[in-house]
Design a protein around this ligand. Sequence first.
Ligand code: ADP
Ligand code: MG
Length: 597
Amino acid sequence: MVDIIRLLPDHVANQIAAGEVVQRPASVVKELLENAVDAQAKKIKLILKDAGKTLIQVIDDGSGMSLTDARMAFERHATSKISKAEDLFDLHTKGFRGEALASIAAVAQVTMKTKREKDEIGTQLEIQANKVQSQQPEVCQTGTLISVKNLFFNVPARRNFLKSDQVELKNCIDEFQRVALVHPSISFELEHNGQLLFNLPQGNLRQRIVGVFGNKINEYLIPIEEQTEIISVQGFITKPEYAKKSKSAQFLFVNDRYFKHAYFHHSIAQAYEGLINDSFQPGYFLYFKVKASALDVNIHPTKTEIKFEDEAHIYAILRTAVKHALGQFSVSTALDFDLDPRLTPTSKAQKLVTAPKISVDRNFNPFKEAQSAGMKSNSASWEALYADLPEVENDETSEMHSEIPGLKSEATVKAVFFQIAGKYLCSSSPSGIVCIDQHRAHSRVLYEKFLNQSTPKESCQQLLFPLKLNFTVADIQAIGTFEKELNAAGFYFKDVATNYVELTGIPPGLEQQEVHNVLEASLIALQEEVPEEAYSKSDYLLRVLASQMAVKSGRNFKEQEIQVLFDQLFGCKEPQISPFYKKTFIKIDEAFLNTKF
Ligand code: ADP
Ligand code: MG
């Protein structure tokens, strides 16, 4: 048995600012959760009673402790994590002072059960006001369970100083979220007075944020990534529309630790200037990585402020990165034609009258079908790109509208559609040109269509003779698991055997000989980790299917097809990005041209 805890030499102990570790239940929550993370737990459960005043219990499935370590852990400056002061600057663990457990045990009744994987029997320890009450062998699971009861039972003044349950619970939840948001690969639960408040399964960062803040935030998250020599920043910011009155969705982390930084906050808020009202707050979840030497490690136990070596630089980097990320998405505001009373009724009515009939291309025409399947179509939406430009009085448009009584002719500008280099589709008008990337645009259209599950069996290509395809056992299993998603994309199966499937319906427009490739490529992707862009395995599958099935560059478009793709793209909820966050279109307007001449 190798014991791993050492006592820090005195001089080191003195180098470490002591300070009060335990001020309120939330401080205990923080220390216990961090210990569980440091112990490499995969699953951590936090149980609170009366906002932690009566009970704070943390159960983890981490490394556990030996008999001796269990006892040592409660000694002041007992830590397995550092042995000399320099180690402080190269820390990969959360705790290092070796005083949390000692401090907690000084002001509460603590029970700990712990067992290492290799031990058959664990140990149970009871400590109260720093005195060991009992230690005995205990049959328990690998990992550690710590119960902290009746905090400040022996310091009535401190106990009276505690705030209402509501406030103390909020503080506990804050600490819980700060730890949970850094470790999406660990599953967390939080239960308060018998009620499960958070259940966060293991996942990627996006899933974790959604788990903490609720499904609604998902569509407002904008990924951000910036690599420079002094710092790398990644994570998410929220779209301006998500802005809140409170700062509850603002998180900065450096090297996996939560911190507060008024100056950096200011830089982020600056980037949103003009996009959100002054009294509202943007949301952000930003993860910095810097060399440990570039940080002024403040080892005061309760402070969350951190100083960086190069703050002015980081300020600028941050502001640019946020602005850049917002820029990729800001068009969505310009496209919000539903809010523009001038455009909505005209365009929809006009659509009914003038929508061109598209001739069916027997080889591949993904657009005809999408319309008949009820795809939202709105020709005014992309034209609304020009909405901020001065209007042009145009006789042709009034002619178009004259068929609809009571409608004014001011909204639209007649567009011309053409293709460039077999991969970009353009629409021109007197005020400018919009160019879309045909593959990315079509991927976006298909992805949103799959999300809406709008490929009913009837609109698929029904196969008279089922198409039999061989797959690996793993792929076949995946087909079984994700049948719903595959149906949404237009794949219908009759028979799923151990090493082949029979398809009775395939997506409209997809050639039979392509089916195997598309399915295989999509299923292979499922074997990878879900990337940050995707919300879940099934969401990832839909994104991959959409890009697999979308038209490739090199496909020639007829003018009317171009118009249909424009309509479909700008009928999407997020027309500006492909399912993999690539930009789908650009605008060439007068301002752009002026810079070229
Ligand atoms: P620190 O985390 O600063 O080292 P603590 O007082 O929080 O100090 O913990 C003391 C020691 O107890 C840790 O270094 C670690 O070895 C051990 N320990 C505490 N909690 C756990 C746990 N949940 N699982 C395994 N070991 C733990
Ligand atoms: Mg600790």
